[in-house]
Ligand binder design. Structure first.
Ligand code: PEP
Ligand code: MG
Length: 877
């Protein structure tokens, strides 16, 4: 099948085959926008190349034919004649991977055609500038000659001719650069091909190969882009932004990618080409300036930008070039944006009648909301900023300063919080950015590499902070006399661009106006209800403010860990007789009751699922090894008597409670069955709290949840215990309350026998943390630190199953649990409260399963609301 398509033959829907850039160039061509003509070699051709390691004769023939047509269209000749055709060769995968793969501009130049170009354009400086750029790019990308060698030489010549930038180099100087470039190439044992056809074929191969360069591989792994997609290659006739001061090149977003504000947002450079704008070599001008320098071009660009936005129904990131006052478009794609911008743009576009509410809901990545729900630097704190740069990606970050990506990675993986500080970043720094809390650069604009990448990752970033002077060798930077060295702590406020010394105070986030609006639309669309996992009144309040419709999991053991509780809990565990245990439990009762009172008051009648004690008791006692050390030290000091005796007693108890597999041990309902008095006291505390809050005139809806049930008899017995306590408290308090009893489904056997378990359960809540652990047989405490990273790297598993629900296995038995449970009790309430309840893809699965609700940590409630709406919309469509 064919492997090359002319721009005039494709369209935006052919993204998989033509890559994003190719498909959009075709689309723009078809709607009549000024796109220089060209053609695209398909991603399929790339995949063939990857397996055969050479360009097939069929492909070469197709390229030849399309090049022929391009010559006709442009009335230029490739490789010869008075009017030579020059082309760009650019990568473009189906999913955008900015800056990860290679590009070559001005291809087709050689010692002869450069002279023709000089004559034809009547601008020798321009022709030589193109040639200089081409030789350098070709040598770097295709011949793999070190970038640094060329840059160093260019700097030398600039100094010699007293040129501030390369645009000031006169023809004579450029000739010198070109000659020296050839020497560099030769010294490296490489040959620069004078034959343009050879240049073209070698460049196509190089772009294909760049699919597998290190940074592209890392980027794909980070963004979960399949290796099998391949990149397309776009061959396009050149237009020249480096022709003089009536020419230029730039990139612009149709809206502000950081705040979402509706304004053209970007940068351009006069007399410049290609990557000059993003490379940070010359400081570009804001796009608004173009309005002053070339008002007509600006007008045209603004109207095309608005047209493209409406056409694609999304904010666009557009690359353009101006050649002698004429505007050309070189690329358009959906612009990467911060979470705040994503929300604002989606909401605004609905109001502007560009998209529907449903489309708006699908435009915001739920996980991205996380950025908006984290603490930010307290604007009231009145801190003095060390310096201010461009607010390139919002959010707060604090960490130790590092000046090198490798170092950042090293420290970051050792668990340290670091901030990567660089003059500018390049795609080779990507691993360092991943490992950092935030990024600070002294050069480059809002569309610089650091800004784009950080925004994509949701990391705070400040760029172009020109007042900080970085000394990479000394590993320091200074601002007006203040010296900051590697390892010093700084804080970044990516929303204001302010840089602070030390750790800045943070405040809790609130849902902004637009986010509230979007989430209100989500609430109308979603079928799943969203609850929160909350163990105390503060978390309950937080969850409510984020829109939680109940508590799906209140883990009572966290109440036992409080400093005023632990001693009592230990007393209870250490009790040798039931009588003593009861005494300790009676002291715990009022404390637990107060906890529940606080929670019920916050929840104001919303369903509140409270899970009875779950972890093995040894978790409440000192660690065995520490205890042994303590005893040894006491003995060495010659201590004896009661204190030592007590320690020995504790040691005996710790040893007796120790288990080889505590996760499979005496925990969950097994505790409640063996020590019914523990569960009885917990239930009593819950019901007494319910009675008290009801008497205050506030509704309560307690749901008692029994953990780790695997056999229906376990639940049957414990339900009887709950009912008995409820009855007793209702009589004592003289008030009736409704409550329900249900169970967690977190063992495979519970799923397999859910029909029997449902007989005594009014609800099921899937505890997918334990269910994943027990279905895979992976320890949830150890797997992630041991073999799981290997599994992920080797692609044995597609995702960490403790984060993203394993539909194939765990999902399958959940489905069985749902079906069997509903067979016995068609209206049984079904939810999920494992970590997966806050993960968008797992939430989509829960929607498909037909669960009633998901429950997640309070901060993830907005994420879950949006994800649940998206699941409903996608399912319907
Ligand atoms: C679970 O197992 O999924 C669960 C929610 O309980 P925990 O994490 O407390 O074991
Ligand atoms: Mg569990």
């Amino acid at each position: 099948s064919r492997q090359v398509y002319d721009f005039a033959e494709g369209n935006a829907k052919m993204r998989e085959l033509l890559g994003g850039k190719g498909a959009n160039l075709a689309e723009m061509t078809s709607i009549g926008l000024p796109v220089p003509p060209g053609f695209t070699i398909t991603t399929e051709a790339c995949n063939i190349y990857q397996s055969e390691k050479c360009l097939s004769p069929g492909l070469i023939k197709e390229v030849e034919e399309h090049l022929q047509r391009l010559q006709q269209k442009t009335s230029k000749v490739f490789g010869s004649g008075d009017n030579p055709l020059l082309v760009s060769v650019r990568s473009g995968a189906a999913i955008s991977m900015p800056g990860m793969m290679d590009t070559i501009l001005n291809l087709g130049l050689n010692d002869k055609t450069v002279e023709a170009l000089a004559r034809q354009s009547n601008n020798r400086r321009f022709a030589l500038d193109c040639y200089r750029r081409f030789i350098q790019m070709f040598a770097e990308v295709v011949l793999k000659v070190d970038h640094y060698l060329f840059e160093r030489l260019l700097e030398q010549v600039k100094t010699e001719y007293q040129a501030a930038s390369d645009m000031e180099l006169e023809p004579q100087a450029l000739e010198k650069v070109i000659d020296s470039y050839f020497v560099i190439i030769k010294d490296q044992g490489k040959t620069f091909p004078q034959d343009p056809w050879k240049q073209l074929l070698m460049s196509i191969e190089a772009v294909f190969s760049s699919w597998n360069n290190q940074r592209a591989i890392v980027y794909r792994r980070l963004n979960k882009i399949p290796d099998s997609l391949g990149t397309a290659v776009n061959i396009q006739s050149m237009v020249f932004g480096n022709f003089g001061n009536d020419s230029g090149t730039g990139v612009a977003f149709t809206r502000n990618p950081s705040t979402g504000e509706k304004e053209l947002y970007g940068e351009f450079l006069l007399n410049a080409q290609g990557e000059d704008v993003v490379a940070g070599i010359r400081t570009p001008l804001p796009i608004s300036q173009l309005n002053r320098t070339m008002p007509q071009v600006y007008e045209e660009f603004a109207s095309i930008a608005s047209l493209l936005e409406k056409h694609y129904r999304d904010m666009q990131d557009i690359e353009f070039t101006i050649e002698r006052g004429k505007l050309y478009l070189l690329q358009t794609r959906a612009g990467k944006r911060s979470a705040a911008a994503a929300v604002k743009i989606a909401v605004d576009m609905v109001k502007e009648d560009i998209i529907t509410e449903e489309e708006a809901l699908l435009k915001v990545e739920p996980k991205q909301l996380d950025q908006l729900l984290h603490p930010r630097i307290d604007p009231e704190a009145e801190l003095e900023a060390l310096a201010t740069g461009l607010p390139a990606s919002p959010g707060a970050a604090t960490g130790k300063v590092v000046f090198d990506a490798d170092e950042a990675e090293k420290m970051g993986s050792a668990g340290e919080k670091v901030i990567l500080v660089r003059p500018e970043t390049t795609p080779d720094d990507i691993h360092g950015i991943v490992a950092s809390q935030g990024v600070l650069t002294s050069r480059g604009g809002m569309t610089s590499h650091a800004a784009v990448v950080a925004r994509g990752m949701g990391k705070p970033c400040i760029c172009g902070a020109e007042s900080i002077k970085i000394d990479i060798d000394k590993k320091t930077f200074s601002v007006e006399g203040v010296l900051v060295a590697q390892g010093d702590i700084i804080s970044l406020d990516g929303s204001t661009g302010k840089i602070f010394k030390g750790e800045a105070p943070l405040i809790s986030p609130q849902l902004s106006g637009e986010l509230n609006e979007l989430l209100a639309w989500a609430d109308k669309k979603r079928v799943l209800s969203v609850r929160a996992n909350a163990d105390n009144p503060q978390d309950a309040a937080k969850a409510r403010s984020f829109g939680a419709e109940g508590i799906g999991l209140c883990r009572t053991e966290h109440m036992f860990m409080g400093h005023d509780r632990l001693a009592l809990v230990q007393e209870m565990i250490l009790a040798e007789t039931k009588e003593n245990r009861d005494k300790a439990l009676q002291k715990l009762l009022p404390l637990q009751r107060d906890d529940f009172i606080g929670i019920f008051r916050e929840m104001k009648g919303l369903p509140t699922t409270i899970r009875l004690l779950d972890p093995p008791l040894h978790e409440f006692l000192p660690n065995l090894e520490e205890l042994l050390v303590e005893i040894a030290v006491m003995k060495e000091k010659g201590e004896s008597g009661q204190k030592l005796q007590q320690k020995h007693f504790l040691l005996k108890k710790v040893k007796s409670l120790a288990e080889f597999n505590p996760m499979l041990g005496h925990r969950g309902c097994r505790l409640g069955l063996v020590f019914p008095e523990i569960y009885a006291v917990q239930v009593r505390a819950i019901f007494q709290a319910a009675a008290k809050v009801m008497k205050e005139g506030i509704q309560v809806k307690p749901e008692i949840m029994i953990p780790l049930v695997g056999h229906y008899r376990e639940l049957e017995k414990l339900k009887a215990l709950v009912d008995k306590e409820a009855k007793a408290v209702q009589e004592e308090e003289g008030i009736n309350f409704t409550y329900s009893v249900g169970t967690m489904i977190e063992l495979p056997r519970a799923c397999l026998t859910a029909d029997k378990i449902a007989e005594s359960a009014e609800f099921f809540s899937f505890g997918t943390n334990d269910l994943t652990q027990t279905t895979f047989g992976f320890s949830r405490d150890d797997a992630e630190g041991k073999f799981l990273p290997f599994y992920l790297q080797q692609k044995i598993l597609p995702d960490n199953p403790f984060m993203v629900l394993d539909r194939e296995g765990v999902g399958k038995i959940m489905k069985m649990g749902v079906e069997l449970g509903r067979k016995t009790k068609p209206d049984i309430k079904l939810g999920i409260c494992g970590e997966h309840g806050g993960d968008p893809s797992s939430i989509a699965f829960c929607h498909e399963l037909g669960l009633d609700y998901v429950s997640c940590s309070p901060f993830r409630v907005p994420i879950a609301r949006l994800a649940a709406a998206q699941a409903a919309i996608r399912h319907k469509n």
